[in-house]
Design a protein around this ligand. Structure first.
Ligand SMILES: [Zn+2]
Ligand SMILES: [Zn+2]
Length: 151
């Protein structure tokens, strides 16, 4: 699947610019990255694009719903280009690794508030917290290797 970035931008009434295309491409290839990583990815290919420009693009995209901003408790904000399907995330407590989890009942939105208190709900968010396989393996290795765990 090759998303047509220009069509996506026009659909939310944003002008097609090089920085905007670059940010979309970075997020397509690297889901769940933080602001610094987006800047590094964009500037690796387009050194002329400034930090401030990337910040502005991220803000414009988040505001128009073109990208989704997720911020697990205690973590830095991450961005992803997969939007509109209300999917969930599993987050590692140790290293902050994030992966997508499909809606439990297989269609979006799978979360309907039992009482919305009169709010107009446009998004529901589920975060599953745990330990990723890499960290679990590292913890096991560390536990058996030494009694002194801290470096
Ligand atoms: Zn981890
Ligand atoms: Zn995601």
């Amino acid at each position: 699947m090759t998303p047509d970035f220009e069509t996506q931008l026009r659909a939310v009434s944003l002008r097609v610019t090089r920085p905007r295309l670059a940010v979309l491409a970075a997020l397509r290839d690297h889901p769940h990255v933080d602001t610094d990583t987006v800047i590094a990815l964009v500037r690796a290919e387009h050194p002329a694009i400034s930090h401030q420009t990337v910040y502005d693009v991220l803000r414009a995209f988040t505001g128009t719903g073109l990208i989704r901003r997720i911020q697990p408790a205690g973590a830095t904000a991450r961005y992803e280009a997969r939007v509109g399907d209300n999917h969930h995330h599993v987050v590692c407590r140790s290293c902050g690794a994030i992966a997508d989890v499909e809606c439990a009942v297989g269609h979006a939105p799978c979360l309907t508030a039992s009482d919305d208190h009169g709010f107009t709900v446009d998004e529901a968010e589920v975060v599953y917290w745990g330990t990723c396989p890499d960290c679990a393996t590292a913890r096991l290795a560390q536990g058996s290797a030494s009694s002194e765990g801290n470096k």
